[in-house]
Every structure is written in C-alpha cells, then in structure tokens.
Design a protein. Sequence first.
Length: 522
Amino acid sequence: MLPRVDSYGALYRDFRWQVPERLNMAVQVCDDWAARAPDRVAIRDVSSGAAEVVTYGCLRQMADSLAHQLVAHGVSRGDRVGVLRTQSAWTAAAHIACWKIGAISIPLFKLFGVEALLTRLEDAGVGVVIADPDATEGLVEWLKGANRQALVAEEITLTDQPFEAADTDAEDPAVLIYTSGTTGSPKGALHAHRMLIGHLPGVEMSHDFLGSEGDCIWTPADWAWIGGLFDVLMPGLALGVPVVATRMGKFTADECQRIIAAGSVRNVFFPPTALRMLKAEGAVIAGLRTVASGGEPLGAEMLDWGQEAFGVAINEFYGQTECNMVATSSGALFEARPACIGKPAPGFQIAILDDQGQVTQGEGEVAIKRGAASMMLGYWKRPQETEAKFIGDWMLTGDRGMWDGDFLRFVGREDDVITSAGYRIGPSEIEDGLLKHPAVATVGVVGKPDPLRTEIVKAYVVLKPDFAASDALAQDLQAFAKTRIAAHAYPREIAFLSELPMTVTGKVIRKKLKQRASEEGK
C-alpha cells in the first residue's frame, strides 16, 4: 500500500516498483488473505436485496473447486479460458481459478453478439468458457456447437480439496483483454501477473488512499472491462477492501442508492455516463468517502455538481487497456484542475511527443515510458502491431494531450475509436458486421456527439440496388447489429447515402463522415 503522506511530490519522487520475481495474482488477491484472515469479507453481493457475504476463505474454496474442474476439462498452464459473466463472487473465482492453474483468463462482455464473441474466442484459441447460469438463451448450446466447452460455475460441487497456485513468474501471461481499434478485428492486450501491482498506486490515489478503515468499493461498470475488473474488483481484493457485486437492471439513482446502502459502500467508481445520468435525475447521495471517474474528462460543471451531490470531490483518472491507471487526481493530495485528468500516478513516466516522436512541451501524443508494471506484454499474436505501438522507450496511447503545469490535460483521440457510455468501440468491427446484411453495399461508422453518452454510434449506409431506404430497414439493420455484433455497440442512428466519401484506394474517409455527424448534432 502507498504510504499515507500529504505530499504528492514526495509520494511520486520516493516511489519504486516492488515486483517480486515470482508472482501469481491468485495468491495476491485471494490466497494470502485466506491464509491469514479467512473470515475477512471479500465480496458483498446485493443483487437480491440484503448483502450475501463471501469471505476470503469461501472465495478460495470456490476458486480451488473451479480450478479442479477446469483441469478436469483439459485446461493447463498457458491455455486461454473465457470468462463470460457479470458481477458475482463466482466471476472473481473464475479468474482466480485460471491464474491458479497458470492459464490465461479472458473477460468477455455478456452483451456481445455471437459474431463478436466468436471473433475473440477464435483469435485467442479458447477451448473452455465459464458462463453465468442465466447466460443468454441458447448461448451454452451455441458454445458447444462451436466446439467449445461451457462450464457454469454455480453448478460445480464445492470441495475441500485445495489447489496450490502455479509457481509463475511476474512476467508470465495471466490476462488477455480485447480492445477495439480503428482498423481490423479487435486486438487482445496480453498482460502479465504483475499488472495488478501496476494498477494499485493509481487506484489507491484515485480513492484518497483506498484501504482506509471502513472502505468498501463498488462500480456499476461491468467486470468484463478493465475498468471494472482491475480498477475495482482485483485491487479491492488485493487490498482487503470488501467489493460489492450486483447485477443491475436499469441504471437509476434510486438503484444506486439502494446498492450503496445495502452494501455499506464508501468508495465508488462511476463512469462519466453514469455521472451524467445521476445528474439528470438530480441525485444526491450521502455517506461516500470517495468517488472516482475515468474514461473521458468531466469538465468544471460536472466536477462542481459532483461536489454538491456526493459531498466529496470526484477524482478523475486516466489509462487504457494496454497500460492502465497511469494518471489520476486525488483530493487528499491536491485540488483538481478542470479539463485536466490529474497527475502521473507513482511509478509512471508520462511524456507528450510531437509528430517526430520527440518530447515536447506543447500539444502532442500522450506516451508512457516502458517499465510501468501495468503495461501489457504486447498484442496477442500481433508482433507488428505491438512494435508500432512503441517509439523507442515510449508506448503511444493514441490520445492527444498537453501539460498544464504538472497536470495532464486531455485534448482528444488521435484515431476514430468511438467513446460511448464509457465503452471504446472500434468502427471497423461494426462495419464488417453490417456488411454481412444482404441490403448493405458499403458502410461507414463514426461517433456522433451526444450530451449523455459523449458519442453515439452512427452508421452511414449505401444500399444494394434492389433495396430501398426506409425506417423499417434502418430498424432491421439495428437489430442485426445488436444480435450479431454487440448490444452496446449497435448504431443508434442510421443514415442512407447514395455514396460514401472514399480515398482513391477505396477506403472510407471517416474524417468527412465524422464532420458530417458533428454538424448534424448541432
């Protein structure tokens, strides 16, 4: 844990990564606590109303039992295992079980359509998927039909047979998290067992030294994303902070207040869209010690509202799937600066690079120096794209920024990735999916500015000669995208054009479509 000091400068200056040569995250988040404090609360599940408590001792038994089942299903060290689940103690146990074996867990979003899911499963070579008991209708059967074993964790028998965690190196792969880009299929960012150590400084700072007496953390963000999994669940478990789990239906202020009360929550990570929805409802939530947010800048108005609504400052943080929690605000250490996303977290060196890859004091691309513990090993099976992600010792983020004193100011994305409701959505995957619809000749997908979600997905479609534009066809294309690609990434608006702006080589000029979408939003 970070030392409890009142000087950011001293904290940053004196920090050094302490990564042991041998490290297994299963031991870090579960077994260590289970050995010395088995009755300590690990997870509070408030899905059914009153909190159902899962201790570290119970969590270890769940993970050990599941690990034995995975081995019985043929999983061994280095194998990839899908975790297609939402928030629950069994979801935590699923990842822990994989790491105990020395296997690689892959968080998968339950709103993915079958094609988006299959793309990731095939790319990673997944043989076994751990699913929810309430998995999408027909999903377990579909997985089996796709030559994959589906294992429902809740259906296994708990045993007292321990499972000793594999003796893994800190650099051994442990987690594969897929992230969207502007071209091609989603890329898998492969992370090592050290990745959690890399998250802890930023997580602790963003919650004004998380791990203080009485802390209990929750987020409405799904645990299938790095924000839910490694900004909340795993750091909470590693620090001995109870983590609240719940399967939310519709996100509302009343439901948030119910969860916070039922779980005795004191620390929350709210994605920006969640904050905007709470603000729109006029929410006032008392009793919180810290509120953190990340994914996009909030702005002065939202920060002022947060102070009034929660009684505490919202601490913004910054990172990405490839290297997360690299910068953060911390009300306990310094006052936030509007339009900025904090200062570098301890252990991270951040620079702004110009177009020639040289460090500049002006606006440029945000870059992170090699050696940060949360930095990925590389993209799964994509050495060329991994190499392109770096210039010398610097990992490129694709984000533009500049320094405001020692605060990092976020300017915008370099690429066409769509930021919608906290999700990063790659237009290429949506375009590829829509092109499989019999009516679509060509399509271009961009983000259109939206006051609630930051951006919505908008598709510009050119139809084949035998089809005519209509509202019914637009709705059919939306339904097609929901089921084949992902329910959270379907185009909320569809426009039909006679032709798309193209380069001489036949590539869609998304910049022009994005400009058009922006003008439509005014």
